[in-house]
Design a protein. Structure first.
Length: 279
């Protein structure tokens, strides 16, 4: 039986060699408030497989020509577009929520991305929420783009919880075909991430890799620095033959460039280690 050499070591039997099971992309949110171009340059230098573009105030994040040029320059495909559904981005592309989704889908088609990440509607977007499930299904059917609904969390003030999202902050029970699982949001919500992976099954289309300590605020820590079973989730996905994208979405906004680079390199190494599966 042949063996696979290990740098600085002996060898492993060939059947124990490990290969990546899913691409690991870098979210442009991981370099916020720096511009989108920073994410492409850093992602290329660190060895990421692609980029998720979050539509933000940076105009490049919504210009298909500029994004295509960055993708070509750095040889990094754009795997997904994150629609502008944050409070921070409520004025981008107007105020109509379906316009934001439609423009995000158009952008995805123009840059060759197969997935658009969307948050559930805020509860004050009543008309949007009432038509949300049907609208998502219709748009997916017409476009071939997967609209992956992201899990969120209840808003809390002291001992009180507020239902901030409709139909719900947890998409597991929603009649949708594609879901994004965010492991910082599971921490904030107090959800069991492994149970969600099992319950979602093939509907789990996209992963936002981060961590959290269980604090009320959304932390987006480097995986392995919080309480979430990040490694177990990745290993389960690899065992299940997950063919979606794993997107590193961690907060580095208060870090200097050297520390940020180190954190994003660590997150990539964590993902690659736990996604590797035996031949």
């Amino acid at each position: 039986m042949s063996a696979v050499p290990i740098p600085g070591g002996s060898a492993l039997p060939e059947q124990a060699a490990r290969v990546p099971a899913a691409p690991v992309a870098l979210s442009t949110a991981s370099v916020y408030p720096d511009p989108v171009a920073t994410a492409f340059a850093l992602g290329s230098r660190l060895g990421y497989d692609g980029v998720e573009v979050m539509v933000m105030p940076d105009p490049v994040s919504r210009e298909s020509g500029a994004l295509a040029a960055l993708s070509e320059l750095h040889e990094l495909p754009i795997v997904s577009i994150h629609a502008p559904t944050l409070l921070l981005t409520q004025r981008i592309w107007g105020t109509d929520p379906w316009t934001k989704v439609d423009r995000s889908m158009e952008l995805a088609q123009e840059v060759g991305a197969s997935t658009v990440v969307v948050h559930p509607p805020f509860r004050w977007q009543k008309g949007y929420a009432d038509s949300f499930i049907e609208g998502v299904r219709a748009r997916e059917s017409l476009s071939g783009i997967a609209i992956a609904i992201e899990n969120m969390f209840p808003w809390r003030a002291g001992q009180r919880e507020m239902l901030a999202y409709l139909p719900h902050w947890d998409p597991v029970g929603l009649d949708v075909d594609h879901v994004t699982l965010d492991l910082s949001h599971t921490a904030t919500a107090g959800s069991d991430a492994l149970d969600m992976v099992e319950d979602l099954g093939s509907r789990l289309h996209h992963l936002h890799l981060a961590d959290g300590s269980g604090a009320f605020r959304d932390e987006h820590l480097v995986p392995g620095r919080g309480s979430q079973p990040c490694g177990e989730v990745l290993e389960t996905l690899a065992d299940n033959g997950f063919d979606g994208a794993v997107v590193v979405e961690v907060s580095t906004r208060k870090l200097d460039p050297t520390t940020r680079s180190g954190d994003l390199a660590e997150a990539l190494a964590f993902a690659r280690l736990h996604l590797a599966t035996p031949h």
